[in-house]
Design a protein around this ligand. Structure first.
Ligand SMILES: [Zn+2]
Ligand SMILES: [Zn+2]
Length: 181
């Protein structure tokens, strides 16, 4: 199991912006949405969630951008010197800070994504299968949600439990729900 309360540190390329937070990583994901493709350089975005109260920027002042047209009003924080994106927050999950795995001082603690999101927007050259089997384990209380709101509530309440048993299941559900809205 993931250690708790262990310090995690990271920062941007030019070292102007630094942050720290505490384990555990409550959620580990890979997002293939078009926004993440754009911001990551094309490969999708590997992110780890930590509890927001443990997170703080310890040096530098990141710039931020909030997409006010998006229903979850995601805010992304980045270094104004070197342009590296460090974190994102979303009104969908206000208790979490999403950290870009590449900005961790020790990215190996990530270990790999539990869930892949936005597979509907992934490209043909984005790979899924190898990850699928590596993170197979129980997701006992999962049930197909009726709406994005219900799905989001379930994820919020089951950070620890979301494993990739049904690899892409959450992603597919979200995709189909999103397509209806
Ligand atoms: Zn920087
Ligand atoms: Zn994304």
């Amino acid at each position: 199991m993931d250690a708790t309360n262990v310090l995690i540190t990271g920062g941007c390329y030019c070292k102007a912006v630094r942050y720290e937070c505490r384990r555990p990583l409550t959620f580990r994901g890979l997002c293939y949405c078009r926004t993440c493709q754009m911001i990551s350089g094309g490969a999708g975005n590997l992110f780890a969630a930590v509890d927001a109260p443990t997170f703080k920027f310890t040096s530098g002042n990141p710039r931020s951008f909030t997409n006010t047209e998006h229903p979850w009003r995601p805010t992304r924080h980045f270094c104004e010197n070197c342009g590296v994106h460090l974190t994102a927050r979303s009104e969908r999950a206000p208790s979490a800070v999403l950290i870009k795995v590449g900005t961790l001082d020790d990215p190996s603690i990530f270990e790999g994504p539990q869930v892949v999101t936005w597979t509907s927007e992934k490209q043909k050259f984005h790979l899924l299968l190898e990850l699928a089997h590596r993170y197979r384990s129980g997701m006992a209380t999962w049930k197909e949600p009726e709406s994005c709101t219900e799905l989001d509530a379930w994820i919020d309440g089951h950070w620890q439990e979301v494993e990739a048993t049904a690899f892409g299941l959450i992603a597919r559900s979200r995709d189909s729900l999103y397509a209806q809205s």
